[in-house]
Design a protein around this ligand. Sequence first.
Ligand SMILES: *Cc1c(COP(=O)(O)O)cnc(C)c1O
Length: 469
Amino acid sequence: MDSKPHPDMSAGVKKYIEQANAMLAEREQQWKQAKRRRFDTVAVHGMYTAAEAIEKNQGAIIEPIFASSGQAYRDSDEMEAAQAGLIPTWAYVRIHNPTLGYLEDTLALLESYGLEGNFGCCVYSSGMAAIENVTDTLLVKQGDAPANFVSTCQIYGGSFQQFNVRKMQERGIEVRWVIDSNNIDEWRSKVDKNTRFLYGELPSNPGLSFFDLKRPIDLAHEHGLPFVADSTIATPALLRPLAHGADIVIHSVTKTMSASGFGTAGAVIARMNIPSPINNDAMRADFCRYLHDYPRRDQGGCLHPFQALMSLSDIRTLRTRIDLWSQSALAVARFLNRHAAVTNVNYLGIEDHPLHQVAARYLWLVDAEHDARYGKPVNRYGHLLSFRVKGGPQAARRVFDRLQVIMRVTDLGRVKSIATIPSISTHLQQGEESRKMASIPPDLIRLSVGAEHPDDVINDLDQALAGAR
Ligand SMILES: *Cc1c(COP(=O)(O)O)cnc(C)c1O
């Protein structure tokens, strides 16, 4: 927002615009300062400064929760300037809120870590709300031809249902599934003049699929289309799709980022000036600002300020947490890989996994080269894995039912280790045929490794697997 006063404006409105522009200039300086800091520092502080704490918030070192649905204005001039979009404002919580702003600043900075320039973020009440707002914004009606989009089929069950049922069956918007996401010719064969965007989830939930991200991004750009990545499982501690050219990144902030598990949250992070065939300059220029001002305002999936601070609180330790959990998950995956009752372990960190090589090119612990323990880049593969049990679905259920430390939960990314059988839970509704297409067999157990000592997770699995035989 860089508003210039024009002759019809009252002196009062002009005064507020001038004040706002001074504030925005200061914010730009703060953004530049934050951009020079390391990942952990950004995760801890975001854009909340000591000066803001002291001057505006009675010295509170933790960002305040502005649990207020609306914002009061000094006078009619300020209200007019705010409602006309001439000054930064939050007005009403569906449009914006300062506490949501703290979370948005931190997420925008972390996802764009190492990149120059400005990036936007818009947070949501859940990951699904974020996916819905992004995709619907890119699928608006334009001309008579029905729009389509191309997506990897190895995606979260809720996203699969949103695309397959809510969009395709109920609204006639075609989703074109890519089955082998590493086959760029398959991607290419699905793009036509009515394609609006390309979409991928990596690593995927629950199959831990992965693809050479750069290739479909380049393909999207050849066609003037944005590439949208669901990066929930990786988090910016391991992968930042924007750095590889992706235009829009989506997160279920509910999951790994909000490890304590207090509630749901979603986020969209985007670069400025995204490519899109849609004739809407404001949307292309600053996608997240547009989401705030229109789609989120009008569709209503806004986050509660309390949850924004809960999530922010967990994100402060993201990098070290992901490092530790990844190492535990690797130990667990190696144990399972050696176990006689296990037929198949999906963990990208295992050297003989067919996608290990491609994942190793993308999944790096951020700032490992600046970490005294490592002093060089190190690969990390996250906390999520899945495995199959010898003896089929019944044996898998027996093992699952015997778990004692690991809880049976349809969730992931928690500080506590949790497991689910996707075919009877998260991926139940999509049906057998779609599960087959996405490689989700009925004997697959998904395991999200938490912060316990890995020995106890391994011991629990060991005793559970003993019961399968
Ligand atoms: C859970 C999940 C979502 C949906 O997020 P919610 O916050 O539960 O709405 C989207 N993508 C992935 C990869 C997920 O695991």
